[in-house]
Design a protein around this ligand. Structure first.
Ligand SMILES: Cc1ncc(COP(=O)(O)O)c(C=O)c1O
Length: 404
């Protein structure tokens, strides 16, 4: 299969719902990807945050190969040793008190479970999310997601899920009613443009939820597993939610979703009220055990903090050089660079030069590299971005830009 054939076939046979780069990736190691022609890329997309340990982490590869030879699937109506081991490891790292989990297959599913759990536990229907928030695209999760381009084609969505302005305790307080079951927020809004809340907001939200007897659901699908320089994003502000949504990197690259809650809350779901066929499959759990071990043994959370600081400083220097850079923000290796124009042509230019970058909305370059990225690779990203920003500035001055 050659490059053109693969691109044509995917375009023809797969739903055209992804904003594709014209690149065929066939191999990965650490924070490096190679395309079908052997061209090398520094991967700051990180499979949208999944490849946090780096591609093909040897411990994860070994665990998957070993487990695949004994048992791949095992429905959760039977017990399984790897599932137990994974649940033990998981609840040994989750914030204190969050010790009962539902295992699923994606971030959106982890949110679906959290919404159902909040309604079941409280007996109330209403969920408050925030404007600019992102929680996935299944109908329940989509109802909590803000962006109208994702929502409008699919109306009506799940009723009684509404949005309040973000980072604004007064407005959220006003939105709470007798029917409110829960408030769901991301500790740092990822898709919404890497928006870090002001200090005091999440602490205040925790307090407000306590006062109003409303559950606090933190969607840590993008902010957890060391990404921000702490194991969980909420640790930056010293708060613990009642329910937490996890996914992306927790199984070293295999599909996983996790809803973890306080024991008495999760126990409100009774047999049959929620399930998925793949819940806690041995293969995924074996990969998950290896992923947690690798994260801790290799001090990757600390790495994210240190390298994230370096990366951000270098990006801030670029901001000083290029007036088209509006702001650099983020924590650890979850970084956003807001430009004064749409970013997609800059992303394509960077890809041509061997650096893969994500967007977050129209104007923000988003960096979610594996936490094993090296300083040398960060330096390459900065040098490529420097050139790309210059080219974009020139293209704008000349009144043209790369089409996409
Ligand atoms: C904060 C957050 N929640 C939920 C999701 C949805 O996860 P998935 O795409 O695995 O369904 C995402 C995905 O990017 C996310 O960033």
């Amino acid at each position: 299969m050659n490059e053109k054939y693969i691109i044509d076939q995917e375009n023809k046979l797969m739903a055209n719902v992804f904003s594709k780069r014209p690149i065929v990736i066939t191999k990965g190691q650490g924070a490096t990807l190679w395309d079908i022609n052997g061209k090398e890329y520094v991967d700051c997309m990180g499979s949208y945050g999944v490849a946090l340990l780096g591609h093909c982490h040897p411990k994860v590869v070994a665990a998957i190969c070993k487990q695949a030879q004994s048992l791949i699937s095992c429905h959760a109506s039977l017990y399984n040793d790897k599932r137990t081991e994974f649940l033990e490891k998981l609840t040994s790292i989750t914030p204190q008190g969050l010790n009962k989990a539902f295992l699923s297959n994606s971030g959106a599913e982890s949110v679906e479970c959290a919404i159902k759990l909040a309604r079941k536990y409280t007996g109330k229907p209403e969920i408050i999310a925030v404007m600019g928030g992102y929680h996935g695209k299944t109908m329940g999760a989509l109802s909590a997601t803000w962006d109208k381009k994702y929502r409008e084609p699919f109306l009506p969505l799940v009723p009684e899920i509404k949005h309040a302005p973000p980072d604004n305790l007064d407005k959220i307080k006003e939105a709470i009613t007798d029917k409110t079951a829960a408030i769901i927020v991301e500790p740092i809004r990822g898709e919404g443009g890497i928006r870090v809340p002001p200090d005091g907001f999440l602490e205040g939200l925790r307090q407000l939820c306590n006062e109003k007897n409303v559950l606090l659901i933190l969607d840590e699908v993008q902010t957890s597993f060391g990404r921000t320089g702490k194991l969980f994003g909420c640790e930056h502000w010293g708060i613990t939610p009642d329910v937490m949504c996890l996914a992306k990197p927790f199984a070293g690259g295999l599909p996983i979703g996790i809803t973890v809650a306080k024991e008495h809350i999760m126990s409100s779901l009774k047999v049959g009220e929620h399930s998925t066929t793949f819940s806690g499959s041995p293969l995924v759990c074996a990969a998950g055990c290896a992923a947690i071990d690798a994260l801790i043994e290799e001090n990757l959370t600390e790495n994210a903090a240190a390298l994230g600081k370096y990366f951000k400083e270098q990006l801030e220097e670029l901001q000083n050089k290029h007036s088209i850079v509006k702001e650099v923000r983020g924590k650890g290796l979850m970084i956003g660079v807001e430009l004064r124009f749409e970013v997609f042509s800059a992303i394509l230019r960077a890809a041509e030069k061997g650096v893969l970058i994500l967007d977050a909305g129209r104007n923000v370059l988003r960096f979610l590299p594996p936490l094993v990225i090296t300083k040398t690779q960060i330096d390459k990203v900065i040098s490529v971005l420097d050139t790309v920003l210059k080219e974009e500035e020139n293209a704008r001055t000349a009144g043209s830009s790369v089409s996409h």
